[in-house]
Design a binder for this molecule. Structure first.
Ligand code: HEM
Length: 197
């Protein structure tokens, strides 16, 4: 199954990104939390713009619009003190791998959709440490709320059905790996740390 293959192939990448973000650093101060949200905004803005240019979503049964995260990030950032103009001026991540067709898009989307799973844990930590809740400063990490499981399952079923031959499987995996590397580099840059990518 393609989804378990992606999980295994990118496990070290996930560990690196998770270590870099660090649940502690992400939730220990409001400043750290807002910095992380600004960075996630730049990441998702770049990805969403690319997904919107890709043709053929209908054929795989995925609607990228319903999975957009920038509206949630925008709401959180405004709640935490940024103006809409400041949010709009945040830099978009320039380093995503090419997202030009369904295999490259699905690989990148695997990485971004998968982060909604970790988001469930982060949401709890943010509530405990910073007192923010879904709908009040922590909409992004809460993402689909109680639909996180079903949304992930639907995404996985679509990827499994799509990646039926070796060429497709390899292209999806390459894109997922490169996307994780870009995510690591993007957060490394913010932290002023060298990228492991
Ligand atoms: C402090 C930061 C993070 C923590 C604590 C974290 C934690 C987790 C946890 C606990 C899971 C498994 C959840 C489950 O199976 O129910 C998970 C899955 C995943 N996370 Fe993260 N995560 C973090 C950051 C990220 C980031 C930044 C990305 C990518 C942008 C990411 C991408 C993924 C992916 C793709 C999966 C799905 C793996 C799979 O089952 O195929 N994570 N994360």
């Amino acid at each position: 199954m393609m989804m378990s293959r992606l999980k295994e192939a990118t496990r070290p990448r996930h560990e690196a990104v998770e270590a870099r973000l660090g649940l502690l650093r992400l939730t220990s101060t409001m400043e750290g939390y807002v910095l992380a949200l600004r960075r996630f905004y730049g990441l998702h803005r770049a990805a969403e713009a690319a997904f919107a240019r890709v043709a053929g979503w209908d054929a795989v049964g995925i609607d990228p619009d319903e999975r957009r995260k920038t509206p949630l990030l925008e709401a959180d950032l405004i709640r935490l003190g940024l103006t809409p103009a400041e949010v709009a001026a945040l830099p978009a991540c320039p380093a995503l791998p090419p997202i030009v067709d369904l295999p490259t898009a699905l690989g990148a989307m695997y990485v971004l959709e998968g982060s909604t799973l970790g988001g469930r844990y982060i949401t709890k930590a943010v509530r405990a440490k910073l007192g923010l809740t879904p709908g009040d400063g922590c909409s992004y990490f809460a993402s689909y709320g109680d639909r996180v499981g079903p949304m992930w399952k639907a995404f996985g079923a679509a990827v499994d059905a799509f990646a039926a031959d070796d060429a497709a499987r390899e292209a999806v995996e390459r894109s997922a790996d490169a996307t994780f590397a870009a995510v690591d580099g993007w957060f490394a840059e913010e932290a002023g740390e060298p990228s492991r990518a």
